[in-house]
Design a protein around this ligand. Structure first.
Ligand SMILES: CC(C)(COP(=O)(O)OP(=O)(O)OC[C@H]1O[C@@H](n2cnc3c(N)ncnc32)[C@H](O)[C@@H]1OP(=O)(O)O)[C@@H](O)C(=O)NCCC(=O)NCCS
Length: 299
């Protein structure tokens, strides 16, 4: 996928990084302390970090991705990886494939560095990020961090524990190559997964104001663990289709979702499940569901 309205460029000049600082102030508005300063961006890029910008016209920076070389602990000892710290697209330019194009460019550059794995974290309750990271890019996840950063002070993250998924993006894997190939895969929808025996373990209800909420707040993992064989190999976990709107309207409901999904994901990862896909059903009552597979069970 390419888009002639935007130009992607590897960033290396001081003035580029000042633009990245300014774009951060738009994407994660509200607190100056959370901005990664240009001096860190410059010195890390001069030592192996990668920062790619998307420009609208000649020089209006509207998106960027930034990450750095990292050491990952593996069962075979420490191994070189790439840690992607930030991906941000200006609100006026979202949903047009720019996030995807920036990650694709990052994928190409990291492969050239001879690195096999890119990792990053994101809030598992953000449906758009899940659609991009899991469905479009083919990242997988079985790591859940509770309150990863402590309290963040920017508008998007304030007032709620910063739980995060840490995803793995195996840059040379068939899965990722297929997702990034010019002939995109046919996306699997909810019907495919239900036909394959997948069970939604927390089906949402809808309130009159259109906000969805979990109807089974307590999923009993102790009991589930005892009868592991009874949980299907494919399970679906529902999240709000627009968590940030929900949080703006009803913070206590947002917190409920945080604690509810924390319990579910921690439990499922403990049981050996892996997040392998994400389904987003558009519409007036949009629904968003993670797909988790156990063992070899992927569609
Ligand atoms: C996350 C972010 C980078 C995505 O950028 P983007 O340019 O909009 O991404 P893309 O257009 O490539 O992909 C977004 C996908 O989500 C879809 N989408 C939009 N709203 C959605 C929703 N509520 N639920 C699920 N998917 C949604 C889009 O349709 C698109 O998918 P499609 O191409 O299959 O139609 C951007 O939203 C952003 O800057 N967010 C704030 C910062 C952030 O969260 N950064 C990441 C963590 S550091």
């Amino acid at each position: 996928m390419s888009d002639s309205r935007y130009q992607l460029r590897y960033l290396s000049e001081v003035e580029d990084f000042v633009k990245v600082e300014n774009l951060q102030r738009v994407v994660w508005s509200g607190n100056e302390t959370e901005v990664v300063p240009s001096h860190i961006l410059i010195s890390s890029v001069r030592h192996g970090a990668i920062c790619i910008g998307a420009f609208h016209g000649e020089d209006e920076l509207v998106g960027f991705v930034y990450g750095m070389p990292a050491i990952a602990e593996t069962p075979n000892g420490p191994s070189l990886s790439h840690y992607s710290h930030m991906l941000g697209v200006h609100p006026d330019h979202r949903n047009q494939g720019l996030g995807y194009l920036l990650k694709r460019a990052q994928w190409q550059m990291v492969r050239k560095q001879g690195v096999e794995r890119i990792t990053w974290t994101y809030d598992p309750l953000l449906s758009r990020n899940a659609q991009l990271n899991i469905s479009k890019l083919g990242a997988v996840c079985n790591t859940y961090y509770v309150n990863y950063y402590g309290e963040l002070r920017d508008e998007m993250n304030t007032s709620i524990p910063t739980d995060r998924f840490e995803v793995d993006w195996w840059v040379n894997s068939k899965r990722v190559n297929r997702r990034l190939s010019r002939q995109a895969r046919q996306k699997l929808d909810l019907a495919h997964y239900l036909a394959a025996g997948a069970e939604i373990i927390n089906p949402s209800g809808l309130r009159l104001d259109g906000l969805s909420y979990p109807t089974r707040l307590q999923f009993d993992f102790e009991a589930a663990e005892g009868k592991m064989g009874e949980l299907p190999a494919l399970v679906l976990v529902e999240i709000p289709a627009d968590f940030l709107a929900l949080k703006a309207k009803d913070l206590s409901l947002a917190l409920e979702w945080r604690y509810h999904t924390r319990e579910i994901f921690v439990g499922l990862f403990h049981l050996g499940y892996l997040v392998t896909d994400f389904v987003f059903l558009k519409g007036n009552y949009a629904r968003s569901l993670y797909v988790l597979s156990h063992g070899e069970a992927t569609l």
